[in-house]
Ligand binder design. Structure first.
Ligand code: DX5
Ligand code: ZN
Length: 220
């Protein structure tokens, strides 16, 4: 069985000590850097943009998983490839021509991800699941770290797992929002492959130990 991945969300890092926090993730059991890009239009918040990601990429020695919470993401696919993105995730709700967007992401050599808002049914991916490397199920409404986990997520994971199986797809399932050591096991048992965790990791006394603990729970 392939190992389950932990992706700390840099949104919860201390931006005045960003290199320190990047090095912390480098030296931890984490697998990916999760990078939240928000435009203040698709979501009611603005996070950080290209210059910050460029500097994160300089120091990060693990895969960079970029979560675009922006309208019309097609405009920036090449830019994010050049900034070092390994996985590029767009929102289903922000893409009029999702198939074209997925092809464009892959043409730049990145893995293609699609994120679903909490209200979006997984069935909308029935005709594109074989083209998607990662589905990111939002377990909070996107826009902010530190929100409470939405319990309906477990049902969505199980339904998505079934769709992936039915279609013979290789798609991995990522969970983003409100992940802690309390729900990690149940998420994995429901079928999750990748757990994003922001405030739970960076708000803990010992982030390295917290990541190690999450990784052990996920692979236990
Ligand atoms: C929310 C972001 C998440 C966020 C998760 O819009 O997509 O990646 O950073 O933060 P926590 O783990 O604090 O819910
Ligand atoms: Zn995210």
């Amino acid at each position: 069985m392939t190992s389950k991945l932990i992706a700390p969300s840099v949104l919860a890092a201390d931006f005045a000590n960003l290199q320190r926090d990047i090095e912390m993730i480098n030296s931890s059991d984490a697998d990916w850097f999760h990078i939240d890009i928000m435009d203040g239009v698709f979501v009611p918040n603005i996070s950080f943009g290209m210059p910050v990601l460029r500097d994160i990429s300089k120091h990060a020695d693990k895969k960079i998983d970029v979560h675009l919470m922006i309208i019309d993401p097609d405009r920036y696919i090449e830019t994010f490839a050049n900034l070092g993105s390994d996985i590029l995730t767009v929102h289903y709700e922000a893409c009029t021509h999702l198939h074209r967007t997925l092809q464009a992401i892959k043409a730049e050599g990145m893995q293609a991800g699609v994120a679903l808002n909490p209200h979006t049914n997984i069935n909308v991916l029935e005709d594109s699941i074989n083209d998607i490397d990662v589905v990111c199920i939002m377990s909070v409404n996107p826009g902010f770290g530190g929100q409470s986990f939405i319990e309906n997520t477990y049902t969505k994971i199980a339904a998505l797992k079934e769709l992936i199986h039915k279609k013979g797809a290789q798609t991995r399932i990522e969970i983003d929002g409100g992940v802690t050591n309390k729900n990690a096991k149940q998420l994995i048992d429901a079928g999750a492959d990748i757990l994003v965790a922001g405030s739970y990791v960076f708000g803990s006394q010992d982030p390295i130990a917290t990541i190690k603990d999450l990784k052990a729970i996920a692979n236990g």
